[in-house]
Design a protein around this ligand. Structure first.
Ligand code: MN
Length: 331
């Protein structure tokens, strides 16, 4: 078990005591966010509950396969959904406890905070939600959902199994981060026994790169900057380059994986200039080095080994300051 008896009781009371649910998650939903949301939705629907899935941002194309046969995931529109959200017996927020990671849904979620059940594994500051089922350090929210649903005695259907597997696999970098626990592997084993196919899921999620992304990756790798006595690797993606390579819509977060593979590098910084004069910084680190602390100094969030910042300052200034912070970290 991942969660305590009290947490299981809290979940049970929430399920039994309510008929209509709205499930939501953080902005730019990832595999764990959607996997948790979909698996929970399948369970609630199978229990005869009324369930709406409403997210602030659309499901990314690489993860659309997860949602194909799930209850429909709607993209938040205040005119349409505020009433639904206010009227739900219970609103469940998964894979996020921080209001500022709700994006467009922050105002309505804060308005109904007294009716929100939050299920999450991120380090949290003050969560304003009515009830919280939190396990910081768990590999993913999906394993928490698995634990909760197993405890309810529910036998998950194949869609829920796939959803949970995508959640735990993507949040652990396919079982390679240190957050990967024996429980993660045991859960994965249970899912494989129920028919989940690892290779198929890996291909669907990860082998989806475009030529534009691959060119950008090539440029990034060829122009990497080594700092901090060899312990920091950084990449700078300026507007002009992104435009030249027609890579505007590409998700560049994964470029950090290649940088982190450099021998001796412990911290990776990816600076990307956004169209609206803001700068996005993706930070990654190995082992005990805490880039979440560095990111939160600039209003960013994430985990110890993976964090992000979006900041409205001149590009060179952001590079200088965050790099200086990273040097302190490895010093
Ligand atoms: Mn997660």
């Amino acid at each position: 078990m991942q969660l305590t008896a009290e947490q299981h009781e809290c979940f049970a009371a929430n399920c039994e005591g309510h008929e209509s649910f709205v499930l939501t998650t953080h902005m730019k939903p990832d595999g764990d966010a959607l996997g948790s949301q979909i698996a929970l939705a399948r369970y609630l629907v199978s229990s005869g509950k009324n369930v709406r899935l409403i997210n602030g941002d659309p499901t990314p194309e690489t993860l659309a396969f997860m949602a194909e046969d799930s209850p429909k995931i709607e993209v938040y529109d205040p005119e349409v959904h505020d009433e639904e959200i206010r009227g739900a017996d219970r609103v469940v927020l998964v894979d996020n406890s921080a209001p500022d990671r709700l994006g467009r849904m922050e105002p309505i979620m804060l308005a109904v905070a007294g009716n929100v059940l939050c299920i999450d594994h991120h380090p949290t500051r003050e969560a304003p939600w009515a009830e919280n089922i939190l396990k910081v350090g768990a590999s993913s929210t999906a394993v928490l959902i698995w634990d909760l649903l197993q405890n309810r005695g529910w036998e998950p259907d194949s869609l829920a199994c796939n959803a949970i597997f995508v959640g735990l696999a993507t949040d652990t970098g396919f079982f390679r981060f240190n957050s990967t626990s024996p429980y993660t592997h045991r859960t994965a084993a249970e899912l494989l026994e129920r028919g989940v196919r690892t290779g198929d899921i890996y291909r669907r999620v990860y082998e989806r790169n475009s030529a534009a992304y691959t060119r950008l990756l090539g440029h990034a790798l060829a122009n990497l900057v080594i700092d901090g006595g060899g312990r920091i690797a950084a990449v700078h993606l300026r507007r002009e380059l992104i435009a030249d390579l027609e890579a505007e819509d590409e998700d560049t977060g994964e470029i950090t994986t290649a940088l982190l593979a450099i021998d001796g590098v412990d911290v990776v910084l990816l600076f990307r200039e956004l169209p609206d004069a803001r700068v996005k910084v993706s930070l990654r680190s190995k082992d005990e080095l805490d880039v979440h602390g560095l990111a939160s100094g600039y209003g960013g969030g994430g985990h110890r080994n993976a964090a992000g910042i979006v900041i409205e300052r001149p590009f060179d200034e952001v590079v200088e300051q965050v790099t200086a912070g990273a040097r302190d970290l490895v010093a």
